[in-house]
Every structure is written in structure tokens, then in C-alpha cells.
Design a protein around this ligand. Structure first.
Ligand SMILES: CSC[C@H]1O[C@H](OP(=O)(O)O)[C@H](O)[C@@H]1O
Length: 354
């Protein structure tokens, strides 16, 4: 996998996590941010699956979009023998990359449905590339619509402060962002006083990615330790906690980055609004509740080291679930591009997703 430095001009069009070139996909290596901006060029599904697994690209929608491009690359570079078997294998490899974000499986299902209608390799190359681009473009459009829906719901007239967790911006999506898209829109409308960004241990999506994205856009951001969120909410300066999601079940339970559940408990205790912002590709109506969501556990080195520097004994036992489940009862509103679900429950979810 080669690396191409990003040019100043390309960066000027706004933060993006990926660039599609038809025969190749470039991914911004998010493991190296904020210090280095390097792009990795992929020409096959195996490389894309590895980049998802190793979090070169991460974020529920971005994972789904990248996987869709991975399937399109599998067709584009198929050997011409049993091309159908090659594409099916590509889908299997991509599906095995990470378990929690349902966007991955939603995108692969759309690609599989399109593939089923292809009767020649040439047709598959054209149709799969078209659907992958469509998935990308629809995600960006969804983010812009969610920002509108969230601001309409908040109906704010004066600037206020928010707190967010992990990274839910352009780096995690097809562009603009989910929760961070709402924050971008609040800033655009001059309704944003400050953004408290949890550093989000152990992978540091907040300090490395969210603080970087907001600085790129000149949006005020205050980085805080995860453990400081309680005192920040207790001080009464935050009106909303706004987060993303990796999977939302039929009753409104939400899987999101580890630490989200404790934020929801704190928000309810301190009477601060708790908003989840996610496109409908994150909704999994096939699962009745959050207890059914597969929670990814990652390597212990993610807690024992930072960039190869030990911060714990080499043999320390580690428990590293990278998502948790927030019950619907602690969520004030779920914002999607199709509309909002206030005090989410089965009935409310069915009203939008039946
Ligand atoms: C809009 S991104 C959704 C979600 O994805 C992140 O997880 P990860 O960085 O491990 O892929 C985080 O949970 C975000 O809230």
C-alpha cells in the first residue's frame, strides 16, 4: 500500500477521509493524525478490509462507504476467471473486518443486491462503482439533513456550549459529520459558544481527530480528559451532549464509542440534553435491543501503549471493549436524516423505520 502526501489544495476543499478514483481508493491514515497527513492507495478489497480492521479509516458511516468502494475495486481488478467468486470473497473479507457498526453490513448488503443483478464482469464493474459512489454521496446528504433536523429540534436563539465524544466528523463519514455536523452547523449559524471534546481514551479519536477537524474549520474547541466530563456537566455550562452511533436497535438503544453510556448517565443526572445523531444506515431494526449488539474488543496494547510508548506494565491484563450500549431511556432524542425520535422507544423507532 503506497502513501501520497495530501496537497494543500486538496485539503482546502475541507476535511475528507477518502478519495475515490475509479480504479483505486485513497484513505487518509487516521492513525497518524494530527501529526501527519498521509494517504494510502488501495486497489483491492483485502487492503480496504485491512485498513478498516486497523482503523486507518474508522467511523460507522465511513466504514460502510469504504467497504462499498472495496467491493467496487474487487470487480474492477477481478482476474476474469471466476469473477463472481472473487467478488463474493471480497464481500466476505470486508464483512469480517469489524463487528459493531451496522453501516458496514448495510453497505455490503446494498452492494450484494446490486451484484446479484450483474450478468457480466463489465456490467458489475460499472454498476458496483455507481452504487458505491451513490452510498458515499447519500451519506453526505444525510449529514446535511441531520444538521437541519437537529437545529430545528433545539430551536436555539442564543449561543450555547456542547460536549461531544469520540470523532463523528468528516473523518468518520462521507463528509461534514453526524454529531460533529450538527456542531458545524451550530457554528455556521453563530449558535455555538464552545465545544468540549472528550479525548476519548484509549484510541484518542477526540484529541487526535475531533480537535484537529474543528481546528481546520476554525471552530472553538476545548479538549478535556474523559474523566473531566462529569465536572463540566456539573458546572452547568453545557446544554447538550451530542454523540454519534454505530448501531441503533429497534427499541432505540444505541451502541457507540466506549464512554458514551457513562456520559448519558451524567447528562441525565445533571439535566443536560443527550442527543444521538446518526443516518438511517446506522439503524438495525432486526435487533430488538442493545443487548443483542456485538461489541468489539480490541488488543490490550491499545491501553498499555500510546504510539509504542508503554504507559502500563507489559503484562498488565486488559479489558478493552471499544463500544458500549446506552439504553433508550437515557436518550432525549435520536436525530436521523428521515426525522427525529424524541424519548426513543419501539413505537417511535417504528414510526420512522418500519
Ligand atoms: C459517525 S461515527 C460513529 C462512531 O464510530 C466511532 O467508532 P470508531 O472510531 O471505533 O470507528 C465512534 O463510535 C463514533 O461515534
Amino acid at each position: 500500500m503506497s502513501r501520497t502526501p495530501v496537497s494543500a489544495r486538496e485539503r482546502s476543499v475541507g476535511t475528507v477521509a477518502m478519495r475515490w478514483h475509479g480504479g483505486s481508493l485513497e484513505l487518509l491514515d487516521q492513525r497518524l493524525l494530527p501529526d501527519e497527513e498521509h494517504w494510502i492507495t488501495l486497489e483491492g478489497a483485502s487492503g480496504v478490509a485491512q485498513c478498516i480492521r486497523e482503523m486507518v479509516v474508522r467511523g460507522a458511516p465511513a466504514i460502510g462507504i469504504s467497504a462499498a468502494y472495496g467491493v467496487a475495486l474487487a470487480a474492477r481488478h477481478a482476474g476474469g476467471g471466476d469473477w463472481k467468486a472473487e467478488i463474493k470473497q471480497a464481500i466476505r473479507e470486508l464483512a469480517a473486518s469489524r463487528p459493531t457498526a451496522v453501516n458496514l453490513f448495510w453497505a455490503l448488503q446494498k452492494m450484494e443486491q446490486e451484484f446479484a443483478g450483474c450478468h457480466s464482469l463489465d456490467e458489475a464493474v460499472k454498476r458496483l462503482a455507481k452504487v458505491a459512489v451513490q452510498i458515499h454521496e447519500e451519506d453526505l446528504a444525510a449529514n446535511l439533513a441531520m444538521a437541519d433536523n437537529a437545529l430545528a429540534h433545539m430551536a436555539a436563539e442564543k449561543p450555547f456550549s456542547v460536549l461531544t465524544h469520540c470523532n463523528t466528523g468528516a473523518l468518520a463519514t462521507g463528509g461534514y459529520g453526524t454529531a460533529l455536523g450538527v456542531i458545524r452547523r451550530l457554528h455556521e449559524k453563530k449558535l455555538l459558544k464552545d465545544v468540549f471534546a472528550d479525548e476519548t481514551r484509549p484510541w484518542l479519536q477526540g484529541s487526535r481527530l475531533t480537535a484537529w477537524e474543528l481546528a481546520q474549520d476554525g471552530i472553538p474547541v476545548t479538549l478535556n480528559a474523559d474523566g473531566a466530563a462529569a465536572s463540566i456537566l456539573a458546572a452547568g455550562n453545557v446544554r447538550w451532549v451530542i454523540v454519534g452511533a454505530d448501531r441503533i436497535t429497534a427499541n432505540g438503544d444505541v451502541a457507540n464509542k466506549i464512554g458514551t453510556y457513562s456520559l448519558a448517565v451524567l447528562a441525565r443526572h445533571h439535566k443536560v440534553g443527550f442527543m444521538v445523531v446518526a443516518p438511517s444506515s446506522t439503524v438495525d431494526m432486526a435487533l430488538a435491543s442493545g443487548k443483542d449488539i456485538p461489541i468489539e474488543e480490541r488488543e490490550g496494547t491499545e491501553l498499555r501503549q500510546i504510539r509504542g510508548v508503554s504507559i502500563a506494565p507489559a503484562g498488565a491484563k486488559v479489558f478493552n471493549p471499544v463500544f458500549d450500549v446506552t439504553p433508550a431511556s437515557l436518550i432525549d432524542v435520536i436525530v436521523t436524516e428521515k426525522g427525529i425520535v424524541s424519548t426513543p422507544n419501539v413505537t417511535g423507532m417504528k414510526s420512522l423505520f418500519s
